[in-house]
Ligand binder design. Structure first.
Ligand code: DC
Length: 227
């Protein structure tokens, strides 16, 4: 099976690129951040402090997380059988996800869900440790970067569109905190794989980034056909 890993910090354009590539290639798109957000949602909704590592780990026995795909190929993340996709995209749950993702037992808990997807399907998977830990053998590894300003602006617009009352300064500060937590944690820190190809999306449109990524993929897998 073919595995394409797209890693990078929040707001660098991973999901926009990965979704577009999955359409172009007919591969399954796996958004792994949604898995960590789901654990963050569970602890938040059940009154467990996300900084309480023992409490978070103890709660894992009550959690089942699954990925389902509808007829349009859109991913639905299921928490104990319920689709929670529309509840995980808030800044509160992003902070909870970042905190729980630093706990080794949480990462272990989500490992098989991620690896199993590539047993039956060609996948485009986005996250923080796809090229380093989940699929060190991925045929293509792309690491997206963008300026803090560009990333904060993108996230701000998404959160605003969802009705969150937040300022761009607050979004920037949350991003910086999350980047620091994610890249300095001991287990699977968010760092580029040594063999990843960097792509800076700061001043790109989604189409520019897609085109650049297709060139990278073409160079690694020359026989692959794009729709
Ligand atoms: O991509 P995202 O913003 O939805 O991810 C939410 C958090 O989950 C992020 O702050 C770090 C964590 N995460 C991770 O540790 N490993 C991944 N593969 C994906 C996300």
């Amino acid at each position: 099976m073919i595995k394409i890993a797209i890693d990078g910090p929040s707001g660098s354009g991973k999901s926009t690129l990965a979704k577009a590539l999955s359409k172009k290639l007919g591969f399954v798109y796996v958004d792994t951040g949604a898995l960590y957000r789901t654990i963050g949602l569970y602890v938040t909704e059940n009154g467990i402090d996300y900084t309480d590592k023992k409490g978070v780990v103890a709660s894992l026995k009550n959690i089942s997380v699954d990925l389902m795909y509808d007829e349009n190929g859109v991913q639905h993340v299921m928490l104990n059988g319920n689709d929670v996709g529309d509840r995980i995209r808030t800044s509160e749950i992003a902070a909870a996800a970042s905190a729980v993702s630093a706990i080794p037992k949480v990462r272990e808990f989500l490992l098989d869900t991620q690896r199993n997807m590539a047993k039956k399907h060609n996948v485009i998977m986005d996250g923080r440790d796809i090229g380093t830990v989940i699929f060190p053998d991925a045929q293509v590894k792309i690491y997206l970067v963008a300026s803090n300003h560009a990333r904060a602006k993108r996230r701000y617009e998404e959160l605003k569109a969802k009705g969150e009352d937040i300022t761009v300064e607050q979004v920037l500060s949350d991003l910086e905190t999350r980047d620091k937590n994610d890249s300095t944690r001991k287990t699977a820190p968010a760092v580029p794989a040594v063999d990843a190809v960097f792509l800076d999306t700061s001043s790109n449109t989604p189409d520019d980034t897609l085109e650049a990524a297709m060139k990278i993929i073409n160079a690694k897998l020359p026989g692959l056909k794009f729709n």
